[in-house]
Design a protein around this ligand. Structure first.
Ligand code: FAD
Length: 614
């Protein structure tokens, strides 16, 4: 029987990151997927990044992941979202040419020497006692492993809906993982149903672009990954149109033909990406909803109308589209549809995304109840990193809510579970002033280097960057007196006292650029790094205020609560507290504090008991 230390099941965004990060650590990995040519396929919108999601892309990239560079390879439109707010919540987003993006993902996968792609269907897991020890293919072949990472996306028990039509599959024209779903159900894994949908794809040659407002690409030169030296492709423009009363009337008159309203779909859909029929139903008073018309690539006329995912019948899709400005003559190239699929209750997983009751089984991506490529890829990275560290005998990197959005997501999922598809939002991160998209590499690349999952190019780049940073920081630490500052042309009073240059930046008219202009700070560094240092200075007082809180968080993260922790034996815990804690199964004292409804008194009782036990 063939053996691989790690088998990854599914070549979507989660599977690719999981397989590649473990392979970068030198671990032999098999990536099994239904169709190898679909590795890196974007099931829905051809865009990567955005609010909260852009942070995830940069964090994955900081670990030398695939997503950021593949996004740059395919990018045909760059936009920094949320520019009017503080830089901590800016959202880098690119629209990508599907073919170029997918080709870059497949090229990266093929270039990993210890990664083997196997085309096939995994029909079952091989389980011995409470451990996964391999997988069985649909043709009956068995392959053994120490860890299996399930990244089956929307394919587990996937059913597609379009009006009265029903098809089995995880995406249109693809199969579903029905056998695996049956086995997981028989093994009593906690499964539930969720739903998502996609809009029709339009023939751009039949859109009247001249009547629509254009949205050009940003003209700054930023890229998703700092290792991408410059933007590679010609940049296109998107256009904006809106639904209107006439299109709403058509949708409203046909709601009974939508599987969402006929009762055919039971699973909950994504709150932050509702279907157009949901929008009309829930926000009936709105006179229109924005639609971004996004070209799908450089050599295709296909256009993705962002904002109108739907599972209405094909004839209704055509009718309501043609009532919209600019789309009066539009031809639908591929109608929209919804998919309902099984997901695993993520509360059954620990922080490494390993199933608590079945060692060696990890789950990552949409299977854990999330939505989005970035969320999937980040989970794949976490699961692959942990499985890879175990296989390679390395220390696990310490990720927590204060150093990454990835850990925020995993903590939210494993502690609270999901009632609807989970997507990343900056509001979910309480330490967001520390977690900026533009400082992801500073926060995380040192951890990635310790885990030895970065290539030489990134290691060298990061070390050079750290040297430049040290030069700037050294000059910022120099103390200057008020007369010295005045001699450089700054207006300051004597009562400010003598202080480090970095503290002088809190005074009006003194910032990094002004200090550099007067040659008080070294100029020899790149623009991105300078922006990051300037923002560090700006946010320093707020960040300093959080430090005490953080010390407590990290100390409490270290007080582990094992999977069989006897909450019922803790003296002084009420039945309600025992029930809440037993349901959420926090794995540390810090996680216990985040279980909704847990009182300070309960935390005090738990702290005394847990410290005695440890
Ligand atoms: P996927 O990208 O789905 O990849 C799963 C992979 O597993 C596939 O390669 C498949 O071949 C493979 N596989 C499955 N079962 C087996 C098996 N038994 N054996 C071998 N291989 C197997 N995201 C958004 O952010 N916004 C949206 O509006 C949105 N709409 C969507 C609409 C639709 C119709 C679909 C299908 C997805 C939508 N998504 C949306 C979700 C987005 O596509 C996913 O979040 C993301 O692709 C999930 O990545 P993943 O790696 O978990 O799974």
């Amino acid at each position: 029987m063939h053996h691989y230390p790690i088998i990854v099941i599914g070549g979507g965004h989660a599977g690719v990151e999981a397989a590649c990060v473990a392979a970068r650590m030198g671990v032999r990995v098999a990536l099994v997927t239904l169709e190898a040519r679909k590795i890196g396929a974007m099931s829905c919108n051809p865009a990567i990044g955005g609010l909260g999601k852009g942070h995830l892309v940069r964090e994955i990239d900081a670990f030398d992941g695939v997503l950021g560079r593949a996004a740059d390879a395919g990018a045909i439109h760059y936009r920094m979202l949320n520019r009017s707010k503080g830089s901590a919540v800016w959202g880098p987003r690119v629209q990508a040419d599907r073919k170029l993006f997918g080709a870059e993902v497949r090229r990266t996968v093929a270039a990993e020497p210890s990664l083997e792609v196997i085309e096939g269907e995994v029909a079952g897991l091989r389980i011995e006692g409470e451990r996964v020890c391999g997988v069985t293919f649909a043709d009956g072949t068995d392959v053994s492993c120490e860890a299996a990472i399930l990244c089956t996306g929307t394919f587990l028990g996937g059913i597609l809906f379009r009006g009265e039509e029903r098809l089995t599959g995880g995406r249109v024209n693809e199969g579903s993982a029905a056998r695996l779903a049956d086995q997981l159900r028989e093994a009593a894994l906690p499964l539930a149903r969720l739903k998502t949908g996609t809009p029709p794809r339009l023939d751009g040659r039949t859109i009247d672009w001249s009547r629509l407002a254009e949205q050009p690409s940003d003209d700054e030169a930023w890229t998703m990954s700092p290792l991408t030296e410059r933007r590679k492709n010609p940049q296109v423009f998107c256009a904006i149109t809106r639904t209107n009363a006439a299109s709403h009337d058509i949708i409203r008159a046909n709601l009974d033909r939508s599987p969402l309203f006929s009762g055919a779909i039971g699973g909950q859909g994504p709150r932050y990406c509702p279907s157009i029929e949901d929008k009309i139903h829930r926000f009936g008073d709105r006179d229109g909803h924005q639609i971004f018309l996004e070209p799908e690539g450089l050599d295709t006329p296909l256009v993705y109308p962002n904002g109108i995912s739907t599972s209405l019948p094909v004839d209704v899709q055509e009718q309501f589209l043609r009532a919209i400005e600019g789309l009066e003559q539009v031809v639908v190239a591929e109608p929209g549809y919804a998919v309902e699929y099984d997901h695993v209750d993520p509360r059954s997983l620990d922080r490494s995304l390993q199933m608590r009751s079945l060692k060696g089984l990890y789950c990552a991506g949409q299977i854990n109840g999330t939505t989005g490529y970035e969320e999937a890829a980040a989970q794949g990275l976490i699961a692959g990193l942990h499985a890879g560290c175990i296989a390679a005998g390395r220390e696990l990197p310490e990720l927590d809510r204060a150093n990454s959005y990835m850990a925020v997501m995993v903590d939210d999922l494993t502690l609270h579970g999901v009632t609807e598809p989970y997507r990343m939002l900056t509001a979910r991160a309480e330490y967001r002033l520390r977690l900026r998209a533009n400082n992801a590499t500073t926060r995380l690349t040192p951890l990635a280097m310790e885990a030895d999952c970065v290539c030489e190019e990134r290691r060298g780049w990061f070390e050079r960057r750290q040297s430049s940073r040290a030069v700037v920081e050294e000059s910022l630490a120099f103390e200057h007196s008020p007369p010295e500052m005045r001699s450089h042309g700054f207006t300051v009073t004597d009562d400010a006292g003598r202080q480090a240059l970095k503290d002088w930046t809190r005074f009006p008219g003194i910032d990094l650029a002004a200090l550099m202009e007067r040659q008080l700070v070294s100029r020899e560094t790149d623009g991105d790094l300078l922006n990051e240092i300037a923002e560090d200075l700006h946010y320093a007082p707020y960040v300093a205020r959080q430090d005490a809180e953080l010390r407590e968080l990290r100390a409490n993260e270290r007080v582990a609560l094992p999977a069989d922790f006897p909450f019922a034996d803790v003296p002084g815990l009420s039945n309600e507290m025992v029930e809440r804690l037993s349901n959420s199964r926090p794995d540390s004292l810090a996680q216990a504090a985040r279980v909704p409804g847990i009182t300070p008194a309960a935390m005090a009782a738990l702290l005394v008991f847990a410290r005695k036990q440890s």
